[in-house]
Design a protein around this ligand. Sequence first.
Ligand code: ADP
Length: 381
Amino acid sequence: VEPGLPALARLGIVGAGQIARMTYQAALKLGITPRLLAERIDDSAALVASDVVIGHPDSVAGFADTCGVLTFEHERLDVGLLERLEEGGRVIRPGTRTIRAAFDKIHQRRILTNRGFPVPAFAEITGPDDVFDFASVFDWPIVLKRARAADQDAKGVWIVENQAEALRVLNEQNRHRMLAESFVAIASELVVLIVRRPGGHVRVYPVTQVTNVDGVCREIVAPAPVAPATAEAARTLARRIADELDSVGVLAVELFLTAEGLLVNELAARPHNAGHLTIEATPTSQFENHIRAVLDLPLGPTWPSCPAAATVNVISGIESTDPSANLTEALAVEGAHIHLYGKRAGPGRKLGHVTALGSDPDEALAVARRAESALLGRRPW
Ligand code: ADP
C-alpha cells in the first residue's frame, strides 16, 4: 500500500449504470460501500446504493472532495478537470493519462500508432472533404465514429457505403468530433481484460470473443475459439498497452483478428461488457479485481474456473418488453445465471445479461440464449 493511502479509503465511483451497479455489488462483498455520483435517481446503480450523490459528471470536483479514491464507469468526463484534480493531489484511478487515452478515439489511435501498436487506418474528420479524401484512398465502405463516447446505449459507429450515407451521418452528428476508419475484414473480435495495480502487478483474464450486431455487443464466449498462439499474442499486446499507459484497474483491449494479424480497435479503462462472465467463470470477477486494483489491494486469480462460458446481453427491442416480467420462464432454464439491471425498457437499451457455463462455448451459448429469449418473451432459438 502506498504511503498516505489507507487501503480502505472511501471509494467514489463516477457513473451509476450497470457497470457501477455490478462494481458496487462486488465492493459490498468485501465490506466496502462506495459512494456514487449518479446523473439520475433511477440510474441502475443508484437504485441499489445507499450512498448516492446526484449530479452531472462535471460536478466531479465537489464529489472528489468527499472521496479518498476516485474511479469511473464511463468516459463521458471532463478530462482537463480531472487532470487539475490529480495535480492537486486527488487519487484518480486509472490515472488521467489512461483516461485521456480511453476517452477520445482520435487521441487513442494517435497514441497507439505512435507507440507502434497496430490499429486500423484512420483520419480525423472535420467536414465532408475529409470523408471524400479518406474514401478515395481506402474505398467504400468506410466506418464513421464519434470520437468521444456517446450516451449510454446510444450509437456511435456507422458503416457507410457511399457519399450520400456519409453525408447523412455527418449532418446528424455535426456537433461531434468524428473520425473515419478503413473497413476491416474482421475474422473475429476479441477482448482482453487486464487488471493492473499501482506499481505494475497485473493479471490477465482469458481472451473472450465478442459478436457484435449493428455495432452493438450481443454475445461473448470464453475462451475465444482461436489458435493458442493468437490468444497468447492478444494477451501480450494487452499487457504491453496497460504497461505503456501505466493503467490502474481493469483495462479492456478490444481487438480485431484479421488475415494480417491483430489490430487494436478500442480501449476502455473500466470493467467491460465482455467481462461480465468473469462473475461466474473465474475465481475473481473483473468488478472485484477493479476494486482491489484501484484500492491497491492484492489482486485475485483470473484463470478460468470452468472449461467454457458464454454471455448473451438482454437488449430491449422496439416492443420494449420488461424482462423482469418473464423471470419465471427464464429461471426455469437450468444453468442460466440471470442478471437484470433494473433499467426501464426502451429500444436498444441493455437491460441485463445471462451467463452460462459449459464444457464448450457452444453448449454454454445455447443455455444463455434460451434464457435471453425467455426474458424477452420470444420463442427459443
Ligand atoms: P463502440 O464504442 O460502440 O464499442 P467500436 O469502435 O467498438 O464502437 O465499434 C463497434 C463495432 O463496429 C465493432 O465491434 C465492429 O463490429 C464494428 N466496427 C468498428 N470499427 C470497424 C472497422 N474499422 N471495420 C469494420 N468493422 C468495424
